[in-house]
Design a protein around this ligand. Sequence first.
Ligand SMILES: N[C@@H](Cc1ccccc1)C(=O)O
Length: 503
Amino acid sequence: MKRPQTQVAVLQAADAQEDRRIDEVADEADCKPEAATRAAFELEADGLLTVTEETVSHYELTEEGERYVRESLPEQDLYAAATDAGAKEGPVQMGQVIGASGLEGAAVDIALSNYARKAYGEIDSGEITANPDADPGADPEMLALEAVADGRVDDADADALDQLERRGLVDVREETVRSVRLTDDGVTALMEGVEVAETVDQLTPELLTSGEWEDVEFTEYNVEADAEDVRHGKEHILRQTANRVKDTLVGMGFQEMEGPHADAQFWINDCLFMPQDHPARTHWDQFALERPDEIRDLPEDLVERVRSAHREGVGPDGEGYHSPWTEDVARGMDLRGHTTSLSMRYLSGHQVGDLEPPQRYFSVEKVYRNDTLDPTHLLEFFQIEGWVMAEDLSVRDLMGTFTEFYEQFGITDIEFKPHYNPYTEPSFELFGTHPETGEIVEVGNSGIFRDEVLTPLGVECDVMAWGLSLERLLMLMYGFEDIRDVHGTLCDLELLRETEVMH
Ligand SMILES: N[C@@H](Cc1ccccc1)C(=O)O
């Protein structure tokens, strides 16, 4: 039998009687552990070797853990001080005991909570007792801490180790250790003789620089052999999807909008015909800016037209809100609660000049809302904003656009529900079905802009528009159940690493 060089070396270094660790095998085969692992997987695929994997935990003391090993656990100090103060006989003043214990700052809370947990005594209305049966001298956590410090982790009590990890006194690192063993077929092959094939199984810098690569014969690549996990940096799944959304919309003929994250309420709310004294005005619960607290430039002519739409309405039958409207409120600066502020800027002609129909614009940008965090809400998220300007638009166009858009992401069951927005009529919310839970999830909001919005902007044709959530799209695509798994400080790295990317 002929095998590539590394495989022959690994085969010869392996044993039929016992598992040998891959790093030892690599050492003996005189190759890198990665190369030995790859060869082992290939040999395994051909039945000459078995590869077993084992997860080994390495324990290490944190700084705090090291300090306690040197000194003592805070709860041990507390017990000693309590005992000295006579707390074994009856309750004594807590203040006095803590003072005598030498514990300070955060250590006091640590001592008290662990004291109670370990039943070293009772703490009640400012008094403390010490349990005469407790034995802090043989505290299992201290013993485990010492075992870790001395490199005798195997002697440590498993529950105590878990507790130490929870207390942040030890760090645990997990490592996958692979071992190999010869199979009967492997032994037979070795006895019959395995020769080194002339083929090259690894392209090296030397082969490249010498030009030798042109003449050598390469080993066939076994794409079915198992392989080692390589964990390199990669684009975040949310960013990837955002880019895919942008490509999709560009493919559908849209151009991208850009604009400020912090903007005047004028662009965020007033242009959208949201009355200044209406609760709907705060229904996004936007974050207001302290500095600067107002925008300097607003287009005066547009301000005037928006004021008039709010006060008197638009058109012969129009009714305004008959409620106060002040430019001061309109100048107030907020973090945008939706990117519809960008649509207003573009439709007004103040961003890229006056626009003639047909036009299509989009953005995939961050918005900020003062929501309560829960599995489907974040304080900031990405909105897929978009609008189409054309002479004659109907609800069919709106639904058709969403159907076409979501289909590109494999989502074919979007449902619509009539909705209310102060700025669109009719309005629709969009829903999708969560692939794991089967629950109906709201994914966006949309509608056709009212004349009260378009007339002041100087737009004379129809405009249909929407704001969709990028994170919710991700949930439908990948089956995430909690938005915080993919976003923010609590995100689940393992999930992000392992999620297969769809292209
Ligand atoms: N601004 C709406 C989305 C939307 C945009 C444009 C028209 C209609 C609805 C939201 O954030 O929910």
